[in-house]
Design a protein around this ligand. Structure first.
Ligand code: GDP
Ligand code: IMO
Ligand code: MG
Length: 427
């Protein structure tokens, strides 16, 4: 019953898509358990590059069944444009399964995301504007629309009415926008019902049966640990639980079934949107990381904020996720620096702090304490085993492993599937 969780250990964009795709050939199911099309997962297969947002990265592996779990929020228009895009490129998407309990991102959720961000002004979260937060808010407020609601027009109409009652008051009276018509929304949503039907399934039953039959299931997180609604840098977070526990609630699989939790960890740090980021660089090193690492968002096209590796965050990710392994990505991007600073602790009000402070005020003015490690200049993109790496690159990896609290079981040395050094097998 091997069930693996693969998740972001930092603020997202660690290379989860590549790591999932790499394992996709050896697993039976790849399951998204939270988030939606706020994710942007780039997968490079040979000379082909794919940008996935809502679909699990396992969709590119022919033997694998991709699953959108109950914890995901689904924008049907995005779903179909992503499926069409893949079909046009010859990818078979017919095995996809979507939970009937997944919530739908409605057009009004997208509108509310955009107007609330505008209203927040300089206090904005910097969301992706995809309606993620408002859809999860409706879910928690019990006025959400689920995939299964599309198959009962009367229930759907009642639910859209309930959701729009308050929202239209807010849109017209507070935000000075036009009210949204119930009929129009219902009609648009019903228009997806038939096309969606072949994919809708009781995914909880499917996945638990698969685990009972000893199939291999991989849960693919979106976003990352520090963007988690409970464990991240609230309020500058996404509205779901990318952390390991989210895989259980977001897919309906008990914690006793999870055998391995892999944290995807970039060899430096990036973040998109607002919020604290202790090791952020505003100098030419930051610019160079952005340029060499291609650090531009796949979803919104925004430049990613860049900084040195932060071991305090990595230790925190190990703790809150119960990580068994790390997959270290983008080591190749650091080639060429003579010295590489790594943040080993913070200084807060003159005191050295080893662990992530639980107080947001402390975290906001945490200053990184750096140790500097010697760099390397040799091209490492062709390295196939750990011993192929230059000594200083090996030492950098070993130092990160020691600071971060879990073994580094794979290393990414380029974006392609084969540009990976496997140290311990994940399966
Ligand atoms: P995700 O959201 O975690 O899936 O990550 P993104 O796809 O948003 O960003 C990671 C980027 O780094 C993508 O463009 C990947 O193709 C690329 N990438 C992944 N692993 C490596 C690596 O080891 N080296 C290099 N140079 N690029 C990588
Ligand atoms: P992947 O899966 C990086 C960030 C947004 C914003 C905050 C809230 O590619 O790693 P939201 O639209 O989710 O309400 O925005 O979260 N964010 C991401 N940052 N990678 C992502 O996904 C992200 N998904 C959301 O930039 O700061
Ligand atoms: Mg991404």
């Amino acid at each position: 019953m091997p069930a693996l969780v693969l998740l972001g250990a930092q603020w997202g964009d660690e290379g989860k898509g590549k790591a999932t795709d790499l394992l996709g050939g050896s697993v039976d199911y790849v399951v998204r358990y939270q988030g939606g099309n706020n994710a942007g997962h780039t997968v490079v297969v040979g000379d082909q590059k794919y940008a996935l947002h809502l679909l699990p990265s396992g969709i590119l592996s022919p033997g694998c069944t991709p699953v959108i779990g109950n914890g995901v929020v689904v924008d049907p228009s995005v779903l179909f444009s992503e499926l069409n895009g893949l079909n046009e490129r010859g990818v078979d998407t017919s095995k996809l399964l979507i939970s009937g309990n997944a919530h739908i991102i409605t057009p009004y959720n997208v509108t509310v995301d955009k107007v609330t961000e505008r209203f927040l002004g300089k206090r904005k979260i910097g969301t992706t504007g995809r309606g993620i937060g408002p859809t999860y808010a409706d879910k928690i407020n019990r006025v959400g629309i689920r995939v299964q609601d599309l198959y009962d027009e009367s229930i759907l109409t009642q639910k859209v009415e309930a959701a729009l009652d308050v929202k239209n008051q807010m849109l017209t009276k507070l935000y000075n926008r036009r009210a949204i018509a119930v009929d129009q929304v219902v009609e648009e949503l019903l228009g997806y019902a038939e096309k969606l039907a072949p994919y809708v399934a009781d995914t909880v039953l499917v996945l638990n049966r698969a685990l009972d039959d000893d199939k291999v299931v991989l849960f693919e997180g979106g976003q990352g640990t520090l963007l988690d609604i409970d464990h991240g840098t609230y309020p500058f977070v996404t509205s779901s639980n990318p952390t390991a526990g989210g895989a259980c609630t977001g897919a309906g699989v008990g914690p006793t079934k999870i055998s391995r939790v892999i944290g995807i960890l970039k060899a430096y740090t990036t973040r998109v949107g607002s919020g604290p980021f202790p090791t952020e660089l505003f100098d030419e090193d930051g610019e160079a990381l952005r340029r060499i690492g291609g650090e531009r968002g796949v979803t919104t096209g925004r430049d990613r904020r860049c900084g040195w590796f932060d071991a305090v965050i990595a230790r925190y990710a190990t703790r809150v996720n119960g990580l068994t392994d790390f997959f270290l990505t983008k080591l190749d991007v650091l080639t060429g620096w003579e010295q590489i600073p790594v943040c080993v602790a913070y200084e807060i009000d003159g005191k050295r702090v080893e662990e992530l402070p639980y107080s947001q005020s402390d975290f906001h003015h945490a200053k990184p304490v750096y140790e500097t490690l010697p760099g390397w200049s040799e091209d490492i993109t062709k390295a196939k085993s750990f011993s192929d790496l230059p000594k200083n690159a090996q030492n950098y990896v070993k130092a990160l492993e020691e600071m971060s609290g879990a073994p580094i079981s794979a290393i990414g040395v380029g974006p392609g599937r084969d540009e990976t050094i496997e140290i311990n097998s994940f399966l």
